[in-house]
Design a protein around this ligand. Structure first.
Ligand SMILES: Nc1ncnc2c1ncn2[C@@H]1O[C@H](COP(=O)(O)OP(=O)(O)OP(=O)(O)O)[C@@H](O)[C@H]1O
Ligand SMILES: [Mg+2]
Length: 140
């Protein structure tokens, strides 16, 4: 089933919308990167299996990440080096298990996300004050 993917800015304005199957996810990733700058915080919001990790994997591939990108559910975040001068470093998070800002603070996440060297891609980052929000939903 296809997904509806929407790119919102921090004021919830929708900048772009796609309705795509899995084979078009690379194209979405290519277009979406053009909106980002190093230091941006991007929240990926959608149900289990919505396609959040898939998008991150495509972004990584386009930027030249060599390591395997998986959902960092149990380790919270993982850093990657790219070979792209615009975004030399990628930080991929899964904050599904983080339920409050106190916990964010306790685990040092607020500090991690403010590192401007990285492009921050945060699965389940609903409560995070993000530069961009990407919402995923299934089209039935
Ligand atoms: N645009 C798409 N259309 C159809 N299927 C897709 C699309 N994008 C991803 N998928 C498929 O959806 C499944 C789940 O994707 P993915 O693991 O990326 O979801 P997720 O949102 O990261 O889930 P989780 O919340 O468990 O981390 C995968 O099997 C993937 O191949
Ligand atoms: Mg995931």
């Amino acid at each position: 089933m296809k997904r509806r993917i929407q790119l919102h800015d921090r004021h919830d304005k929708v900048h772009k919308l796609w309705e795509v199957g899995e084979s078009e996810m690379e194209k979405v990733a290519r277009e979406i990167i053009t909106f980002f700058h190093a230091g941006d915080i991007v929240s990926l919001i959608g149900d289990l299996g919505a396609g959040k990790t898939t998008l991150v994997q495509h972004i990584g591939k386009i930027l030249g990440v060599r390591d395997t990108i998986e959902s960092p559910t149990y380790i919270l975040m993982q850093d990657f080096q790219t070979n792209d001068a615009r975004f030399p470093f990628l930080r991929h998070y899964d904050v599904y298990r983080i339920s409050s800002n106190e916990e964010m603070e306790m685990r040092g996440l607020n500090e991690y996300i403010s590192d401007k060297k990285y492009l921050h891609l945060i699965e389940w980052g609903t409560q995070i004050d993000a530069t961009w929000k990407i919402t995923f939903s299934t089209i039935f």
